[in-house]
Design a binder for this molecule. Structure first.
Ligand SMILES: *Cc1c(COP(=O)(O)O)cnc(C)c1O
Length: 380
């Protein structure tokens, strides 16, 4: 019991305005009222994707859009390059293998960014690579990968650049057209401040060319079919109507705030979180390129990370994420993407301080909150 605080890198808290929009009576998806909702959603998705291409709305979690980003652009046996340095990079590789593509992997140690030179080398070594699968913000390690540089490598080749921006879009700048990203994938439950259940795919002209020749089987997630429908604000199948209505409200909120200010807020909250964690004697896990969306932190020596996450939730009502796979018990992750502001961060840091004290970590109590509030107070 007690008040609960959600501080994970998806799902993230849903603003009241969005909750109220979702609570309205369900519209008929072929009614003029819903077609107008879809029209506005498409327009604002293009705005946040920073693209002039259509952005397709799918029903499903982010992984549905990842799957669409594979099956719509390849034929069995195509060679692809998967960039792995965490759980979501691994997912690209696993999914591409599941669809019988020839997968080449470039890996970075978890906590480090992908080495762009290694990507260039792999592309030179295998000139038949048809696509590079990258992750903008690797949620399992708190690392932002050099997507801009990776996209630039694909530009003048017959190679698509596909980016999982599920936990990046709306948190920091990933301009699809400017950077030449061919397929950009996002989801509703991260920085877009909605519940889980919607997935998005922005598709470039180059990618549509690949689509014409792509032979992998697909049906529900057939993007060409979706495009035909969504150009008329319709959808191939029954859309997740209430979630789309909620998304319209969330996108309006982001537009009111303005993209630059949204990004600046995420940068500020991320910096405050990092400084606070350092101030209480915790080392950051992301070595060279920490993500503005989520901060991964090494659990202090002698403390069990799983117990820490459990204690924080059970005792103080704050849900953060622990580490996954070999990082289980070794790191904790504080999210700051989506509907977060100053006092969410101060709450999380304060709860982390109390928890670490309870579990016997010795540090100067209050130092984290002080560091974060110094950075977050007005004018700072
Ligand atoms: C959340 C997330 C996804 C999508 O996961 P789903 O559970 O399918 O929504 C994909 N990539 C990253 C980096 C994510 O953080």
């Amino acid at each position: 019991m007690g008040k609960q605080y959600l501080m994970t890198a998806g799902p993230t808290p849903v603003p009241e305005r969005v909750q109220l929009a979702i609570a309205q009576p369900v519209l008929y998806h072929r009614s003029p009222a819903f077609l107008e909702v879809m029209r506005e959603v498409h327009e604002n998705l293009r705005w946040i994707f920073q693209t002039s291409q259509s952005v397709l709305v799918l029903a499903g979690s982010g992984t549905a859009a990842m799957e669409a980003a594979i099956t719509n652009f390849h034929s069995r046996g195509d060679r692809v390059l998967c960039l792995r340095g965490g759980r979501f990079g691994d997912r690209w590789s696993q999914m591409c293998r599941a669809f019988q593509l020839e997968v080449v992997d470039v890996e970075s140690e978890w906590g480090r960014a992908i080495d762009v030179d290694a990507v260039a080398e792999a592309l030179d070594r295998h000139p038949d690579i048809r696509a590079v699968y990258a992750t903008a913000s690797e949620s399992s390690t708190g690392v932002a990968h050099p997507v801009r540089e990776i996209a630039a490598l694909c530009r003048d080749r017959e190679t698509l650049c596909v980016v999982d921006a599920v936990s990046a879009l709306g948190a920091f700048d990933v301009p699809q057209d400017d950077w030449g990203i061919d397929v950009l994938v996002a989801g509703s439950q991260k920085a877009l401040m909605c519940p889980p259940g919607l997935a998005f795919v922005g598709v470039s002209q180059k990618a549509w060319r690949f689509n014409e020749r792509a032979g992998l089987p697909r049906f529900y997630l057939d993007l060409a079919r979706e495009r035909k429908n969504q150009e008329k604000s319709e959808t191939a199948w029954t859309p997740a109507i209430s979630l789309v209505v909620g998304l319209r409200e969330a996108l309006r909120m982001l537009k009111e705030e303005g993209l630059e200010r949204v990004f600046a807020r995420h940068r500020r909250l991320a910096e405050a979180t990092r400084q606070a964690c350092r101030a209480i004697g915790c080392e950051l896990f992301a070595v060279d390129s920490p993500s503005p969306a989520v901060t991964a932190v090494k659990v202090p020596v002698g403390i069990d990370g799983s117990a820490m996450v459990k204690h924080l939730r059970a005792r103080y009502g704050i849900t953060i994420a622990g580490g996954q796979e070999h990082l289980k018990g070794k790191i904790f992750r504080v999210a700051h993407l989506g509907y977060y502001d100053t006092f969410d961060i101060l709450t999380a840091i304060s709860g982390i301080e109390m928890t670490l004290s309870d579990l016997g970590h010795s540090f100067e109590r209050g130092a984290g909150v002080r560091a974060a509030s110094e950075l977050l107070r007005s004018g700072a």
